[in-house]
Structures are given as structure tokens and as C-alpha cells.
Write a protein that binds this ligand. Structure first.
Ligand SMILES: Nc1ncnc2c1ncn2[C@@H]1O[C@H](COP(=O)(O)OP(=O)(O)OP(=O)(O)O)[C@@H](O)[C@H]1O
Ligand SMILES: [Mg+2]
Length: 274
């Protein structure tokens, strides 16, 4: 059996008394695109941070290609597109500076960009169609352009894994199509991609597999199976059934009620650590 690109084993994370991840487990193979879905506060960003090694789990472990996350980060193997709320957009960095950050691992301690670094940054900017904005302060881009700048950072870095935290939030259809095309290209080049999104309609086109998160991984499988209403009801509650979702064979309301009744995790408040 081959080593998974991402292995999350029984990872538990607390922020003080708040339980954000509760023995979450996930295994993702190389070159797959996996969509992470769950309601606000279900632990998606926390899972990304645990996979990045930015948060140390209270229990459980994360392995990237069989090694601790710190190794993959040191080697520039993981590209990270953070959720917009997690970025200081006032920071005095140009788009080019942000993308150049992806080259730090390739530079000496002086951090002086080489010709190869500059070429990699230009190429990445071109790939995300942001060359004309290279000298603009990062905060002065639109929502979709900001996301593309961070995708370019991962490309310049030569990342073999991309973690994208809600890259489609506040993004128009054109940027969404550009990002989707890029992610497909990256995956066909062997890049493993984990992407959180609330855009359930876009999921089947973009992703090979999907994960339903509610502090635990409730389900992991093909998007068309995970997106079945009775499964979404486990993670989101019944209101999703009123939406026009890309699913087949909508079960009778009684069947959904049964699923929801039998799923205690659904709307429980976070458990305190005791
Ligand atoms: N820095 C923090 N300090 C305290 N609690 C936090 C912190 N970050 C997240 N939390 C809490 O941890 C839980 C999981 O948060 P997280 O940001 O991982 O959820 P999410 O699924 O990414 O939500 P969203 O869809 O809103 O981005 C929430 O209850 C949240 O309030
Ligand atoms: Mg989040």
C-alpha cells in the first residue's frame, strides 16, 4: 500500500475550552482533489492549520508523505491559501513580494532573489493571470485576485500539496473558473489538493472526493455520495434540504429525520475539556 500524501489520525485540537477537532481522521492519496465541507465553526480551518503544522494537536498525529508536517514545510512542499479573515491585507507587500515568499526556501540566508527565483515568480504570476498586478499592494486586489496571488505563491514554491481554505469565498465566476482550471492542472501534475468550500454546487466538477466535517470526519467518499441530502443533513442540519442541490434521489423527509435524529453531533455546542 502506498503512503498517503496526507494522513490525519485521531487529531484533537482545543482552543482553551473550545473543542475544535475531536479525534478527526482523514487519509488522502497523492494527486487527488478533495473538497472539505462543513458548517461554520466545524473545524475546517483548524484542520488545515493542523496539517500545516501551525497548530500542535492535543492528541493524534499528522503525517505528510509519511513524515511530520514540519519537514514538508521546511522543504516547501505545502502551499497554503489561507482564509481571507486570517490575512493582514494592510501589510506593505506587493503581489510580487507575496509570490516571492514561496521562493524563500530556495534562497540563501540573505534572501536575495536569484534570476531563477524571479523567473519562477514571473511564471507563477502569468499562470494565475496576475502579471499586470505584480507591483500592486496585496490588499488592493479584488477577492478573487487575492486568492490567485496565494495560489501563485504555492506554484512558485513548487509545492506538491496545496491547502486552500475557502478560495471561492467572495470570488466571481471568472476567478472561480481560473482557480478551478489551475487546480485541475496542478493535480494532473501530481499535486495533492485539499480545498474547503461552501460552494456545494461546484464540488462535483472540481473534486475527486469530498469530506464532511463536524469536528470529526463524518464521511469521506465520492462527491455525489457525500452530497446526498441525508448526509449533508448530518453536518448542516435540515435547512440544506430546501436548497437546490446537485443531488439525485432525494429521500423522503421521514428518512432524513431519522438520520438527523440519530446524529447527536449535529448541533451540539462544543464540549468543554474537563
Ligand atoms: N484562535 C481561536 N481561538 C479560540 N477559538 C477558536 C480559534 N479559532 C477557531 N476557534 C473556534 O474553533 C472552532 C473551529 O473553528 P474553525 O475556524 O476551524 O472553523 P471553520 O470550519 O473553519 O469555520 P468557518 O466556515 O467559519 O471558516 C470554532 O468553534 C471557533 O470558534
Ligand atoms: Mg474557516
Amino acid at each position: 500500500m502506498s503512503t498517503p500524501a496526507i494522513l490525519v489520525e485521531n487529531v484533537t485540537v482545543h482552543y482553551g475550552e473550545v473543542l475544535a477537532l475531536d479525534a478527526a481522521s482523514l487519509s488522502l492519496d497523492t494527486a487527488r482533489i478533495c473538497g472539505l465541507i462543513g458548517m461554520n465553526g466545524s473545524g475546517k480551518s483548524t484542520l488545515f492549520k493542523a496539517i500545516m503544522g501551525m497548530i500542535k494537536p492535543d492528541a493524534g498525529r499528522v503525517l505528510i508523505n509519511g513524515a511530520p508536517p514540519a519537514k514538508a514545510r521546511r522543504e516547501g512542499g505545502i502551499g497554503y491559501v489561507p482564509q481571507s479573515e486570517d490575512v493582514d491585507w494592510q501589510f506593505p507587500l506587493s503581489v510580487r513580494d507575496v509570490v516571492m515568499m514561496g521562493r524563500y526556501g530556495h534562497q540563501g540566508f540573505t534572501r536575495r532573489p536569484s534570476k531563477a527565483d524571479r523567473a519562477a515568480v514571473d511564471l507563477a504570476l502569468d499562470r494565475v493571470e496576475l502579471s499586470e498586478f505584480a507591483n500592486r499592494q496585496i490588499g488592493q486586489l479584488s477577492g478573487g485576485q487575492k486568492k490567485r496571488a496565494f495560489v501563485a505563491r504555492g506554484i512558485a514554491q513548487g509545492a506538491t500539496m496545496m491547502l486552500l481554505d475557502e478560495p471561492f469565498a467572495g470570488v466571481d465566476k471568472r476567478s472561480e473558473a481560473t482557480i478551478t482550471r489551475l487546480l485541475r492542472e496542478l493535480a494532473s501534475d501530481g499535486c495533492t489538493i485539499l480545498i474547503s468550500t461552501h460552494d456545494l454546487h461546484a464540488l462535483p466538477q472540481l473534486c475527486d472526493e469530498a469530506v464532511l466535517l463536524m469536528r470529526k470526519v463524518l464521511m469521506h467518499g465520492p462527491p455525489e455520495v457525500v452530497l446526498q441530502p441525508e448526509h449533508l443533513a448530518m453536518a448542516f442540519g435540515l435547512d440544506v434540504l430546501n436548497r437546490d442541490l446537485p443531488v439525485r434521489d432525494v429521500p423522503a423527509p421521514d428518512a432524513v429525520q431519522d438520520v438527523v435524529r440519530n446524529e447527536p453531533l449535529r448541533n451540539e455546542p462544543a464540549q468543554d475539556r474537563s
